[in-house]
Design a protein around this ligand. Structure first.
Ligand code: THU
Length: 134
Protein backbone atom coordinates (compact mmCIF):
# COMPACT_ATOMS: atom_id res chain seq x y z
CA UNK A 1 0.00 0.00 0.00
CA UNK A 2 2.92 2.33 0.69
CA UNK A 3 3.95 1.99 -2.98
CA UNK A 4 0.45 2.65 -4.29
CA UNK A 5 0.07 5.72 -2.10
CA UNK A 6 3.45 7.10 -3.16
CA UNK A 7 2.57 6.49 -6.81
CA UNK A 8 -0.74 8.32 -6.36
CA UNK A 9 1.13 11.20 -4.70
CA UNK A 10 3.64 11.37 -7.58
CA UNK A 11 0.78 11.54 -10.10
CA UNK A 12 -1.09 14.18 -8.08
CA UNK A 13 2.08 16.26 -7.89
CA UNK A 14 1.91 16.72 -11.67
CA UNK A 15 -1.31 18.69 -11.13
CA UNK A 16 0.20 21.06 -8.55
CA UNK A 17 -0.60 24.73 -9.06
CA UNK A 18 2.52 26.40 -7.72
CA UNK A 19 3.35 29.43 -9.90
CA UNK A 20 4.73 31.40 -6.93
CA UNK A 21 7.01 28.94 -5.17
CA UNK A 22 7.70 26.61 -8.09
CA UNK A 23 7.65 23.82 -5.48
CA UNK A 24 5.34 21.05 -6.67
CA UNK A 25 3.97 18.67 -4.03
CA UNK A 26 1.68 15.65 -4.25
CA UNK A 27 -0.03 13.73 -1.48
CA UNK A 28 -2.33 10.77 -1.11
CA UNK A 29 -4.34 9.38 1.78
CA UNK A 30 -5.77 5.92 2.29
CA UNK A 31 -9.22 6.17 3.83
CA UNK A 32 -11.92 3.51 3.99
CA UNK A 33 -9.98 1.44 1.45
CA UNK A 34 -9.97 4.27 -1.08
CA UNK A 35 -7.12 6.52 -2.19
CA UNK A 36 -7.69 10.28 -2.29
CA UNK A 37 -4.88 12.34 -3.79
CA UNK A 38 -4.14 16.04 -3.77
CA UNK A 39 -1.65 18.66 -4.86
CA UNK A 40 -0.62 22.03 -3.51
CA UNK A 41 -2.78 24.87 -4.80
CA UNK A 42 -1.25 28.31 -4.41
CA UNK A 43 -2.90 31.72 -4.53
CA UNK A 44 -1.74 35.26 -5.35
CA UNK A 45 -2.71 35.93 -1.74
CA UNK A 46 -0.01 33.54 -0.57
CA UNK A 47 -1.53 32.63 2.79
CA UNK A 48 -4.54 31.07 1.08
CA UNK A 49 -2.38 28.29 -0.33
CA UNK A 50 -3.53 24.74 0.31
CA UNK A 51 -0.76 22.21 0.81
CA UNK A 52 -1.01 18.89 -0.98
CA UNK A 53 -1.70 17.01 2.25
CA UNK A 54 -4.63 19.23 3.18
CA UNK A 55 -6.04 19.07 -0.35
CA UNK A 56 -6.04 15.25 -0.19
CA UNK A 57 -7.52 15.12 3.33
CA UNK A 58 -10.24 17.66 2.55
CA UNK A 59 -11.18 15.69 -0.57
CA UNK A 60 -11.59 12.51 1.52
CA UNK A 61 -13.62 14.25 4.22
CA UNK A 62 -15.84 16.02 1.71
CA UNK A 63 -16.59 12.63 0.16
CA UNK A 64 -17.74 11.40 3.57
CA UNK A 65 -14.59 9.47 4.51
CA UNK A 66 -13.07 10.67 7.77
CA UNK A 67 -10.78 7.95 9.03
CA UNK A 68 -7.34 8.13 7.47
CA UNK A 69 -5.23 4.99 7.64
CA UNK A 70 -2.03 6.14 5.86
CA UNK A 71 -0.64 9.23 4.16
CA UNK A 72 2.03 9.77 1.50
CA UNK A 73 3.67 13.04 0.42
CA UNK A 74 6.16 13.59 -2.39
CA UNK A 75 8.14 16.58 -3.64
CA UNK A 76 11.30 17.30 -5.60
CA UNK A 77 13.06 18.19 -2.35
CA UNK A 78 16.63 17.50 -1.18
CA UNK A 79 15.31 14.92 1.27
CA UNK A 80 11.90 13.36 1.99
CA UNK A 81 9.48 16.27 2.26
CA UNK A 82 8.27 17.11 5.76
CA UNK A 83 4.60 18.14 6.27
CA UNK A 84 4.17 21.71 7.52
CA UNK A 85 2.78 22.52 10.95
CA UNK A 86 -0.71 23.40 9.71
CA UNK A 87 -0.97 20.10 7.83
CA UNK A 88 0.22 18.19 10.90
CA UNK A 89 -2.68 19.64 12.87
CA UNK A 90 -5.17 18.71 10.12
CA UNK A 91 -3.67 15.22 9.83
CA UNK A 92 -4.07 14.77 13.61
CA UNK A 93 -7.77 15.64 13.32
CA UNK A 94 -8.52 12.68 11.05
CA UNK A 95 -5.78 10.11 11.72
CA UNK A 96 -4.96 8.07 14.83
CA UNK A 97 -1.58 8.72 16.43
CA UNK A 98 -0.13 5.46 15.08
CA UNK A 99 -1.00 6.21 11.43
CA UNK A 100 2.10 6.21 9.16
CA UNK A 101 3.09 9.25 7.11
CA UNK A 102 5.29 8.17 4.20
CA UNK A 103 7.49 10.94 2.82
CA UNK A 104 9.64 10.73 -0.29
CA UNK A 105 11.49 12.85 -2.80
CA UNK A 106 11.80 12.22 -6.52
CA UNK A 107 15.27 10.72 -6.07
CA UNK A 108 13.71 7.91 -4.06
CA UNK A 109 14.82 8.97 -0.58
CA UNK A 110 12.18 7.93 1.93
CA UNK A 111 11.25 8.47 5.52
CA UNK A 112 8.28 7.34 7.60
CA UNK A 113 6.89 9.01 10.70
CA UNK A 114 3.81 8.30 12.77
CA UNK A 115 1.29 11.08 13.31
CA UNK A 116 2.37 11.16 16.97
CA UNK A 117 5.99 11.69 15.97
CA UNK A 118 5.04 14.58 13.69
CA UNK A 119 2.86 16.34 16.26
CA UNK A 120 3.34 15.09 19.79
CA UNK A 121 0.65 16.25 22.18
CA UNK A 122 -1.61 17.57 19.41
CA UNK A 123 -4.51 19.78 20.43
CA UNK A 124 -7.61 17.62 19.99
CA UNK A 125 -11.37 17.77 20.55
CA UNK A 126 -11.01 16.12 23.94
CA UNK A 127 -8.78 18.95 25.13
CA UNK A 128 -11.85 21.18 25.04
CA UNK A 129 -14.10 18.59 26.69
CA UNK A 130 -11.76 18.20 29.67
CA UNK A 131 -11.74 21.91 30.45
CA UNK A 132 -13.71 23.08 33.49
CA UNK A 133 -14.66 26.77 33.19
CA UNK A 134 -13.60 28.88 36.20
N1 THU B 1 3.80 22.47 0.57
C1 THU B 1 3.00 21.37 0.53
O1 THU B 1 2.10 21.27 -0.32
N2 THU B 1 3.24 20.38 1.42
C2 THU B 1 4.26 20.37 2.31
O2 THU B 1 4.41 19.41 3.07
C3 THU B 1 5.20 21.48 2.36
C4 THU B 1 4.82 22.68 1.57
C5 THU B 1 3.60 23.51 -0.45
C6 THU B 1 2.98 24.79 0.01
C7 THU B 1 3.49 25.76 -1.04
O3 THU B 1 2.63 25.70 -2.18
C8 THU B 1 4.84 25.20 -1.44
O4 THU B 1 4.85 23.85 -1.00
C9 THU B 1 6.02 25.95 -0.83
O5 THU B 1 5.89 26.08 0.53
Amino acid sequence: MQEKLLEAAITARLRAYAPYSGFFVGAAVLADGQIFSGCNIENASYGLTSCAERTAILKAVSEGVRTIEAIAVVADSPGPVSPCGACRQVIAEFAQRSVPVYAANLSGMRRTWTVEELLPGAFEARDMMETTPQ
